[in-house]
Write a protein that binds this ligand. Structure first.
Ligand code: ZN
Length: 202
């Protein structure tokens, strides 16, 4: 990868041999390896015995989870907050494991919609809850840094399954509890249009 980064620097019009850039290929490789380490993560190892059988059927919410990901269209960061809720049937996930799950999928090349769905799906698969909801609010540097459509550089995506999809009261209770900073609860009600996050056609 370091050779590619040296070529990239040259393509940008830089001199890869000047002092300030000498170690840049090494640093960039290290950074990219970390930022894409989710490809090598084993979900079962991440959850590592943190699935517990309980007699509890109220909503479990973990909100304001910071996440950082890279958009697959531009390899630029998008980052923000993730909110996760589920209603257990027989099993819960250790609370500290939820942010770890978010990281596993965020540390890959992503689009925000798929990232949101993957987090919801893994919770569905692992503990078969009555319902699961994931909402992600993120700023996309590929939009804001390039100065395009500034008002769209902030995107909200959601994945709702089970009772969160079928029961409007459960869904509203969740949305009320996470109080979106964009105030986009109404938008989510109507479902976020596909392709909202990080438009790929320019
Ligand atoms: Zn992008």
């Amino acid at each position: 990868m370091q050779e590619l980064i040296r070529s990239l620097l040259a393509e940008m019009g830089e001199d890869p041999t000047r002092e300030g850039l000498l170690d840049t290929p090494k640093r960039v490789e290290k950074a990219y390896k970390f930022l894409t380490s989710g490809y090598d993560a084993d979900i079962d190892q991440v959850l590592n015995n943190a699935l517990f059988t309980v007699d509890y059927s109220e909503m479990v919410i973990v909100k304001d989870i910071d996440f950082y990901s890279l958009c697959e269209h531009h390899l630029l960061p998008f980052f923000g907050k993730c909110h996760v809720a589920y209603i257990p049937t027989t099993k819960v996930i250790g609370l500290s494991k939820i942010p770890r799950l978010v990281d596993v999928f965020a540390r890959r090349l992503q689009v925000q919609e798929r990232l949101t769905n993957q987090i919801a799906n893994v919770i569905k698969d692992k503990i078969s809850p009555m319902g699961v909801a994931v909402v992600m609010e993120a700023t996309h540097l590929c939009m804001s840094m390039r100065g395009v459509e500034k008002q769209n550089s902030f995107a909200v995506t959601s994945a709702m399954a089970g009772v969160f999809r079928d029961n409007a009261r459960t869904r509203m209770e969740f949305l009320e509890l996470i109080k979106l900073r964009s105030g986009a609860a109404g938008v989510i009600e109507q479902r976020t249009p596909a392709g909202l996050a990080c438009v790929d056609d320019y």
